[in-house]
Design a protein around this ligand. Structure first.
Ligand code: SME
Length: 157
């Protein structure tokens, strides 16, 4: 496995198109889910430089903090709480252009202004979520949704 990512400049679509096959390569031949979540978070952070990118996994009916890149974060989130807990409950990707306007948003960092949370599904159940925060308002859109859903589907939970 090549250890260095090829980081590209360009628009969002071009960045994802370059990164997704590289993530596929990183995951090939490794079946440890923690190792794979760690490399996915690192690869996304390296390419996009978002404020925070990482996973929460479902454990004992809570979301528990898992591999991430960025500032320290809250460790446990209940179903239906915050953007992550809502994504888990609704089993669909949530895009929040202004976190202050999302009822019950959990502010791990006061710098975070917008957020996208993508569910990781296994056999019809949410087993984890991928959470990404930006310091800018309205930073995430359907292009992020499309590629991030593709990325989480590559992880063999
Ligand atoms: N803002 C999230 C909590 C997790 S942190 O952003 C890393 C939420 O409302 O669920």
């Amino acid at each position: 496995m090549a250890e260095d990512l090829d980081i590209v400049k360009g628009n969002k679509e071009e960045k994802y198109q370059s990164l997704v096959p590289q993530i596929k390569g990183l995951l090939t031949g490794e079946d440890d889910v923690v190792a794979n979540m760690a490399n996915v978070a690192a690869a996304l952070k390296e390419q996009f430089q978002w404020l925070w990118v990482g996973f929460y996994v479902v454990k004992d009916n809570e979301l528990v903090l898992a591999p991430f890149q960025g500032p320290v974060a809250c460790t446990r989130i209940k179903k239906g709480r915050g953007v992550c807990g809502s994504c888990w409950e609704e089993a669909k990707t949530l895009i929040v252009p202004d976190v202050e306007k999302f009822p019950g948003h959990i502010a791990c960092s006061s710098i975070s202004k917008s957020e996208i949370v993508v569910p990781v599904m296994k056999e019809g159940e949410v087993v984890a979520v991928l959470d990404i925060d930006s310091e800018a308002y309205d930073f995430f859109d359907d292009t992020d949704k499309k590629y991030l859903e593709m990325v989480v589907a590559l992880i063999n939970f």
